[in-house]
Design a protein around this ligand. Structure first.
Ligand SMILES: NC(=O)c1ccc[n+]([C@@H]2O[C@H](COP(=O)([O-])OP(=O)(O)OC[C@H]3O[C@@H](n4cnc5c(N)ncnc54)[C@H](OP(=O)(O)O)[C@@H]3O)[C@@H](O)[C@H]2O)c1
Length: 318
């Protein structure tokens, strides 16, 4: 019988590596040594890694990479899910075999990641994956879920609200639309004509972005819009102001506008991520996976993500 070559038996594993900063063309899949968990650390056998715009933004050029503490050769991707397979000395709360998900800053698209068991930011964290949440879905939750939670919290929607969400069909929009709906609000989401049916399925009333947006929103909501979240740029901020939404109930995540809150996933309420995972497990929030690719096709996956017309999330299977 042929002996199976597992990463543990060969000491080698796959990881995406960059020898230069740049676009998808600099991404390569390499054989690398299997990393070891040191004291206080856990090693995770990654089964899925979710992509975010942040992945290619921070590896696009040396200056941006340096701001995130990245140097060459660098890795790629941050959101991951998998199974703990090695536990370092002094670790409590995790054991081999535990299903986990979280963030491993710019190194998640790899067979293995090593994390601090007590790490608490997307740079370096592990959370138990609840039963009822599959690994592909778990690998999409950390960055987009936290960011959407922070953005929704910034505008505090409730049953009396009509919330305009710009860029609603993207990775963060998946969560923002559903969290605002769970809070009881009516949601109007901007997208292209192609995304209209998809937005309806998420629970938003679709409206096309671009020239004339304010008039289209007025026609949909003659009673007015009471809060707005711009997940793409500044168009939704300007339209919301034109429609009389006060700055205190508008926020952005992808641009800065004086007077308007800029929500950031890193500032999400403690427990926000666990709450999103619980909502998924309970079947109250779902994450559409737009496409999945094997690690060897990382360039295709990154190109798709960077095209900025993905509906939902892009995942790498490992
Ligand atoms: N502050 C933070 O902590 C934080 C965290 C995560 C992300 N971000 C930033 O937030 C932005 C959104 O992230 P994401 O993960 O949702 O990105 P994404 O998944 O790449 O967003 C893709 C979506 O953008 C929509 N879109 C494209 N052009 C648009 C336009 N002109 N107006 C409105 N929507 C448009 C597309 O809809 P159609 O296909 O229908 O055109 C598509 O559904 C990115 O710039 C990202 O860098 C910030």
């Amino acid at each position: 019988m042929q002996e199976q070559r597992t990463p543990s038996s060969t000491g080698r594993s796959r990881a995406v590596r960059l020898d230069a900063f740049g676009g998808p063309e600099v991404l390569d899949t390499r054989e690398v040594p299997v990393p070891q968990a040191g004291p206080g650390q856990v090693r995770v056998r990654v089964t899925a890694a979710g992509l975010n715009p942040m992945d290619w933004i921070m590896t696009a050029d040396a200056d941006t990479a340096a701001r995130f503490g990245l140097s060459l050769p660098a890795g790629f991707g941050t959101d991951y899910a998998g199974v703990v397979d090695e536990v370092g000395a002094g670790v409590t709360g995790f054991a081999p075999g535990d299903r986990v998900f979280g963030g491993a800053l710019s190194r998640a698209v790899a067979d293995f990641v090593v994390l601090d068991a007590a790490g608490e930011t997307a740079a370096n964290e592990a959370h138990h994956t609840p039963d009822g949440v599959d690994d592909r879905t778990a690998a999409t939750l950390t960055i987009a879920g936290r960011t959407a939670s922070a953005a929704v919290a910034a505008v505090r929607p409730g049953p009396a609200d009509t919330v305009l969400i710009g860029g609603a069909a993207g990775g963060v929009g998946v969560f923002a639309v559903q969290l605002a709906r769970i809070a009881g609000a009516r949601v109007i989401g901007t997208g292209s004509a192609t995304s209209a049916g998809y937005l309806r399925d998420l629970g938003a009333e679709p409206v096309g972005y671009g020239d004339g947006l304010a008039d289209r929103v007025r026609a949909l909501a003659p009673g007015g819009v009471t809060a707005a979240i711009d997940l793409h740029g500044v168009e939704t901020v300007h339209v919301a102001r034109e429609l009389g939404v006060p700055d205190s109930r508008i926020c952005t995540i992808a641009a800065q506008v004086d007077g308007v809150a800029a929500a950031n996933g890193a500032n999400a309420a403690s427990g926000a991520l666990e709450e999103i995972a619980r909502l998924v497990a309970a079947g109250r929030l779902r994450v559409p996976i737009a496409a999945s690719f094997p690690i060897e096709q990382i360039r295709r996956a990154a190109e798709l993500q960077a095209g900025r017309h993905v509906q939902g999330k892009v995942v790498i299977d490992l």
